[in-house]
Ligand binder design. Structure first.
Ligand code: ATP
Ligand code: MN
Length: 466
């Protein structure tokens, strides 16, 4: 079979009337008319829209095949592009040949052309991309990844591939997945009866990474500005619409950079990619705006155009303490901000993205730079409406003595991080960076309420299907 098809997106947008083309795709609806025609609406994933195809009963396989087509069949169609009499589309096609490649049993095919709940579609994640919503999410996700790479590549940032298997717990939160080849029923034991990790694959306990930051710092401290874009893993048992056990993170890290410049980059970067997605995926974004969240285009436009609010953690706590709210977690200086607090600040107080800086050192990891007040660190979180935290970042502790003190205070063995402390021994520089959750970015850009619906195969507590 010689398959030289062109994309339906191309036919709808560019191909001239009168041209003969081959397309391939899956039927969304098929309607036989009394006059001896079938109207096939075909989608190939290249765009939201289906193309309408008129198939005449004069076609050789009309009775035997075409008239029996149902939703979900795969077809290759040769035909002529003609002007569309209907509204909304420039062109349609008259079929010269309809090749039926694969049928889809109408009794059992799960993606019938009707509304399905997102919960149901999660059980059909291998087929859900045949729906408008999940096709659009997939296209926006791909376009967003491209925009992110473009942003950094065009500014001289080097793309670093940090390891996924690691021996260190960067966030110190203990939310690690273990990586081992030992037999769980009979792990090797030492003389004292403890599990003997020296006999494990890596001769030591290892985990899936929660962040590529520490390794990215090593590259920044010789190559200047770098970024990672890869999967990260957290065994946090939080069943929320914003947490996954496997998610993708973008982590820029910059040498000769302080918290201010780090926050400037975060703001410029978010503005750039949100403006970019409106530009790059206009019809998918219109769909989200119409069907998923009627404010999403306005919100993204507004974000791209107006400055983010910047306040300190101390100021944020003051605002929250004065707020007339029934908190699940009452705000007080020293607590970590909860989603309810984050959403109040960005949705009620400021009605735009807020960058919160200078958190208490006691609630932040060892690598964040201790400020002169001795009780806060040069940390920043970027909060956005509906999601809360989308970015977490910091200036890193570049002073060897302060860093080793903080490691000791958090009962970490500095020996284990000898390579990390080496950066502070040899040519140390102020440096800073942040982590952006890719799925939260897609959630924000599309208005999709649940993070499970913006990644192809979500991994969450008690769920790793497909
Ligand atoms: P949260 O308080 O929301 O759990 P965090 O403080 O654990 O976030 P960081 O460790 O700073 O987050 O990670 C950087 C970014 O990665 C976050 O701003 C967020 O966008 C994203 N992120 C963190 N945890 C998850 C998760 N479990 N699923 C999806 N994205 C996440
Ligand atoms: Mn977390």
């Amino acid at each position: 079979m010689n398959i030289e098809r062109i994309l339906i997106a191309d036919v709808l947008a560019n191909v001239e009337v009168g041209a003969e083309v081959t397309i391939g795709g899956w039927t969304r609806t098929v309607r036989a008319s009394k006059g001896g025609f079938s109207f096939i609406s075909l989608n190939d994933g290249s765009c939201m829209d289906c193309i309408q195809i008129v198939a005449d009963k004069a076609l050789a396989n009309y009775e035997s095949e075409i008239s029996h087509l149902t939703t979900g069949c795969s077809l290759l169609i040769d035909g002529v592009v003609v002007e569309s009499p209907g509204k909304g589309q420039r062109v349609e096609m008259h079929a010269k040949e309809v090749r039926v490649i694969g049928l889809a049993d109408a009794e059992t095919y799960p993606m019938q052309a009707k509304r399905h709940t997102f919960e149901f579609l999660r059980t059909q994640a291998h087929l859900r991309t045949r729906t408008n919503t999940f096709g659009a999410v997939a296209r926006v996700r791909s376009a967003m990844a491209g925009l992110i790479h473009d942003y950094f590549q065009s500014r001289g940032f080097l793309y670093v591939h940090t390891p996924l298997i690691t021996a260190s717990d960067c966030e110190g939160a203990g939310e690690l997945f273990r990586v081992t080849t030992m037999d769980p029923d009979a792990p090797p034991r030492d003389d004292a009866g403890a599990i003997d990790y020296s006999q494990d694959f890596f001769s030591r306990p290892t985990y899936l990474t929660v962040s590529g930051q520490l390794e990215a710092e090593t590259y920044a401290c010789s190559l200047g500005n770098v970024y990672t874009f890869g999967p990260t893993f957290r065994a946090e048992n939080s069943n929320t619409p914003r947490h996954l056990a496997e998610f993708w993170m973008i982590e820029p890290e910059m040498a000769f950079c302080d918290l201010q410049t780090d926050a400037d980059l975060a703001e410029d970067f978010l503005k750039n990619i949100f403006a970019g997605i409106l530009n790059k995926c206009p019809s998918d974004m219109e769909f989200f705006n119409k069907r998923i969240d009627k404010t999403v285009i306005d919100t993204l436009t507004h974000i791209a155009e107006s400055p983010f609010e910047r306040i300190t953690y101390t100021k944020a706590i003051e605002i929250l303490e004065k707020a007339d709210c029934q908190w699940q977690f009452p705000p007080a200086w020293g607590i970590d901000l909860q989603t309810e607090h984050e959403r109040y600040l960005t949705e009620e107080t400021f009605k735009k993205p807020v960058i919160i800086t200078d958190y208490p050192s006691s609630i932040k990891p060892f690598y964040m730079r201790l400020s002169d007040d001795g009780k806060t660190v040069a940390a920043m979180d970027v909060l956005v409406p509906k999601i809360g935290e989308i970015i977490g970042g910091a200036q890193r502790e570049e002073r060897l003595d302060v860093l080793t003190e903080r490691m000791a205070a958090q009962s970490m063995d500095a020996e284990d991080y000898w390579w990390y402390t080496d950066l502070r021994k040899y040519g140390t520089v102020p440096h800073a960076g942040f982590g952006l959750g890719f799925e939260r970015t897609i959630q924000f850009a599309t208005g999709m309420a649940n993070i499970r619906d913006v990644i192809p195969y979500p991994r969450t507590p008690r769920s790793a299907d497909f």
